[in-house]
Design a protein around this ligand. Structure first.
Ligand SMILES: CC(C)(COP(=O)(O)OP(=O)(O)OC[C@H]1O[C@@H](n2cnc3c(N)ncnc32)[C@H](O)[C@@H]1OP(=O)(O)O)[C@@H](O)C(=O)NCCC(=O)NCCS
Length: 143
């Protein structure tokens, strides 16, 4: 199935099992300690920030989270079975639109070096600002 049949909408509590499965199912940028992401944090993104899913005929296949308070893109994850169909691009664009709409001139995020995500962000105009304390690449992009 292509991304054309897919639509982007706000995440709901009912999406959480699929979101969790996607987060745990990726092979890069894996969560080293799942307890570091709390239910409270997830609920906060859903209720107070930007939490979007790509819904493909009723199945959630990808999600993104952004923090419009600070301009952070916190998460972008695509089910490995649905990669390369434009979901990542579409969800990232939708999240960045929301950051721009509240007045941010720049977005930022961090990601693992040597990953598909690193190549993806470089192709889409993100600027490498160097490494953070955990060795992740910090990227910024003008909006
Ligand atoms: C990095 C990641 C988000 C990319 O998502 P994705 O949905 O595969 O990305 P896209 O499909 O939007 O784009 C990737 C490439 O797929 C191809 N593509 C895009 N749309 C396509 C379509 N409709 N049909 C076929 N191929 C397509 C293109 O080659 C595209 O590259 P381009 O943007 O230079 O043209 C995804 O691989 C992922 O979740 N990785 C694991 C988790 C991770 O590392 N997340 C980032 C944490 S910061």
């Amino acid at each position: 199935m292509t991304a054309l049949s897919c639509h982007i909408r706000k995440a709901t509590p009912a999406d959480q099992p699929r979101i969790h499965a996607i987060r745990m199912g990726v092979s890069e940028n894996v969560l080293s300690d799942p307890s570091r992401v709390t239910d409270q944090e997830i609920a906060w993104y859903r209720e107070q920030a930007v939490f979007l899913v790509a819904d493909d005929g009723g199945e959630v296949v990808a999600f993104s989270c952004a923090n419009h308070q600070t301009g952070l893109v916190w998460a972008l994850f695509v089910d490995p079975a649905h990669e390369g169909r434009g979901h990542g691009r579409a969800l990232l664009d939708a999240a960045l639109e929301r950051l721009k709409a509240v007045g941010h001139a720049q977005a930022h995020l961090s990601t693992g070096a040597g990953t598909r995500a690193e190549r993806f962000y470089r192709r889409h105009g993100w600027r490498d600002m160097g490494r953070d304390l955990d060795g992740q690449i910090v990227f910024v992009r003008a909006l």
